[in-house]
Design a protein around this ligand. Structure first.
Ligand SMILES: [Zn+2]
Ligand SMILES: [Zn+2]
Length: 351
């Protein structure tokens, strides 16, 4: 399958090269490489446009035209602005924060920080780029081209890695934006409810454009009317509601990870190992039941690290070992504290 995909990609590349010519193709390939495989501020600029533009629309229409309204007071101009400024601040702090970049001068300290679990992290495993032993829980970020302590993930919104030293700023950034979006969404709904009340929309008759047919007001008709009369503000309100729901879910997901002292990187790897251990135990149990002369493919030999010369005892001992590793994987090697203590430790990283 992979081979076929690679062949297809190669063919597509050659076709494009012929159609576009070598120079233009080179530019496009370079651009794609920059956008997808290099550290770049494109998504960060999108954030500035969304968070800056969204707030601008909110101030120009929501605040200036409709505050105070029948259901919302003047105070929201102040509270909304303060929360938005705190959002921008959390973005700035998270963008310029050090995720815990490992250098030659701090690698020894980093190596002492966590023990190796012998499942995801192994001793004496060298980073080929940085040329030093990888500390447990660290990972080399291909975009930033550095190893990061307690690596969580590379955040394209922040154009920065998220790790041991800045996870607190990342969580703050996500939760602050969940808050402003929910706030903006709810405030927007109350502002629109105020417009309905002020303009007595439930008592009006509406005309269908084009046909001129008169219709009674209903929720759908009023919503459409509002969307057309205040398009930009309605769009921002809907965006706030959708983003608010997504960011709250994402924020809670990270709060849960923090409470369990697991990184995003580890949560994926542990899930993959869980499947692997289950498959390996299944495979070995089958072998044990079948007895001598059990046949398997070269692929399985490599995958499960087994040898056809193994005796029954060796197969049994491998089952036992795999079950032990499975237990460690499920229990999480790095979970020494209570949930609350683990969560608090995120905000108190070693500096
Ligand atoms: Zn590295
Ligand atoms: Zn990175």
């Amino acid at each position: 399958m992979m081979k076929l995909m690679r062949k297809g990609l190669g063919l597509a590349q050659r076709v494009l090269q012929t159609i576009l010519g070598q120079t233009i193709y080179g530019y496009i390939a370079g651009l794609c490489n920059y956008v997808f495989y290099q550290k770049n501020p494109i998504v960060m600029i999108l954030y500035v446009l969304l968070a800056g533009g969204g707030f601008f629309v909110y101030v120009k229409i929501g605040f200036d035209k409709y505050l105070p309204g029948p259901y919302v007071g003047e105070i929201h101009k102040t509270t909304g602005t303060i929360i938005m400024l705190l959002c921008y601040l959390s973005f700035y702090v998270a963008v310029q924060s050090d995720p815990g970049v490992i250098t030659k001068s701090n690698v020894l300290q980093a190596l002492r920080r966590y023990q190796y679990d012998d499942i995801i992290y192994f001793k004496n495993n060298e980073c080929k780029t940085c040329k030093f032993s990888k500390p447990a829980r660290s990972k080399h970020c291909a975009l930033c081209n550095v190893c990061v302590e307690k690596f969580d993930h590379h955040c394209i919104w922040l154009n920065n890695c998220v790790g041991l030293k800045n996870y607190r700023w990342f969580i703050t950034f996500v939760l602050m934006h969940a808050l402003i979006c929910i706030y903006g969404g709810i405030l927007g709904i109350f502002i629109f409810a105020g417009i309905i009340k002020k303009e007595r929309l439930w008592e009006q008759k509406f005309q269908i454009m084009g046909t001129g047919e008169t219709i009674e007001p209903g929720l759908y008709v009023i919503s459409r009317y509002l969307f057309y009369s205040e398009t930009a503000f309605a769009f921002v309100t809907i965006l706030c509601i959708c983003m608010g729901i997504m960011l709250t879910g994402f924020g809670l997901y990270h709060v849960n990870l923090a409470m369990n002292n697991v990184t995003t990187n580890e949560s994926y790897k542990r899930a993959a190992f869980e499947t692997y251990f289950e498959e390996k135990i299944d495979f070995l149990e089958q072998w044990k039941e079948f007895g001598d002369g059990f046949k398997f493919e070269e692929r399985e030999k490599k995958l499960f690290e087994v040898d056809e010369k193994w005796t029954k005892q060796q197969v049994e001992s491998s089952i036992k070992k795999t079950k032990e590793r499975q237990k460690v994987n499920i229990a999480n090697f790095y979970k020494p504290w209570s949930k609350w203590e683990s969560f608090k430790s995120v905000f108190n990283p070693p500096l």
